[in-house]
Write a protein that binds this ligand. Structure first.
Ligand code: MTE
Ligand code: MO
Length: 297
């Protein structure tokens, strides 16, 4: 079974064609028993439209409004781009996006995205497992966590000229979370290069965690032995924990997390129950065995 991304992404994009192709791929995959292909990681829920995915964003470097990223990220220079990989790795250095996510390794992953603000979408990403990148650079035995950092470039990221947040935006994962096959570095969506507002040219996607963990426009990845402090944790420790696993039973101090508004689902049918680990529990619950998820959120 070849990954869906091998089919023909060169001729891609119109959304209706994509959707047709999806149902074809889903049908084909269903015929292959025990397939380890991309279909095993993707949801068959209907993806949000390209328009929704690229016009309703959180990317605070460009402002706090949902349409600010679409308006203001156009001016972000994403080529050339390099990602510094350092810390407890055998081959530290400066890597290009093509080094980390070569075209022939890119696969499609259709994932739910659940924002901590209680809205959600389904997004057809293109990307590579983060594990493949970490294997490439060689993780040293002492490494326990991975820290990520977004670009700091106030000339192109207007909100960085204000002290509205602690810049650059930082996030972190435990090493086993980072190595999990669901965790990807995304370089595209809907079969094309990642739009700037979605975190071009390369961003993290961790589908069982609240969206803020999925840090955009990454310029540094550091392997470390100490638990990183994420931007949100540093600013509001009582509201945002390090783990940030989607959990309908642990409410945000200011709102319920029991349900979510699926963007684009319409005014009447738009709310749905939020699932533990955003519906990825079967794959990830074992990572947290023995932890009290109400305390270590
Ligand atoms: N650097 C950076 N990464 C970020 C954010 C941000 O403000 N800055 N917002 C996060 C939040 S809160 C969410 S919900 C997702 C949104 O991703 P999307 O706009 O591609 O849907 O990006 C996350 N990654
Ligand atoms: Mo979010």
């Amino acid at each position: 079974m070849r990954p869906a991304s091998d089919l023909t992404w060169t001729d891609v994009t119109p959304e209706h064609l994509f959707l047709n192709r999806r149902s074809f791929i889903a049908g084909a995959a269903a015929l292959v028993a025990g397939s380890a292909g991309a279909a095993g990681f993707s949801t068959d829920e209907a993806p949000n439209s390209f328009d929704e995915i690229t016009n309703y964003n959180n990317f605070y470097e460009f402002g706090f409004g949902k349409t600010d990223p679409a308006r203001f990220a156009k001016g972000l220079t994403t080529d050339p781009w390099s990602v510094e990989i350092d810390g407890l790795v055998d081959r530290p250095g400066s890597y290009s996006v093509a080094d980390l996510a070569p075209d022939n390794a890119v696969e499609e992953r259709i994932y739910r995205l659940r924002c901590v603000e209680a809205w959600s979408m389904v997004i057809p990403w293109l990307g590579v497992p983060l594990a493949s990148v970490l294997e490439k650079v060689g993780v040293q035995p002492g490494a326990k966590f991975v820290e990520f950092e977004t670009l700091l470039r106030p000339e192109e990221m207007p909100a960085q000229r204000r002290r509205s947040m602690q810049w650059p935006y930082r996030e972190g994962l435990r090493l086993d979370e980072a190595m999990h096959p669901l965790t990807i570095l995304a370089t595209g969506l809907y079969g094309q290069a990642l739009p700037n507002q979605n975190g071009a040219p390369i961003r993290l996607v961790v589908p069982w965690k609240y969206g803020f963990k999925s840090i955009k426009s990454i310029v540094r990845i550091t392997l470390t032995d100490t638990q990183p402090v994420s931007t949100w944790q540093a600013m509001q420790p009582g509201e945002y924990g390090f783990y940030a696993n989607v959990n309908p039973r642990v409410d945000h101090p200011r709102w319920s997390q029991a349900t979510e508004r699926r963007i684009g689902a319409g005014l009447l049918g738009g709310r749905q129950d939020t699932l533990m680990f955003n519906g990825y529990g079967e794959q990830v619950a074992s990572l947290y065995a023995g932890m009290d998820l109400a305390r270590d959120y």
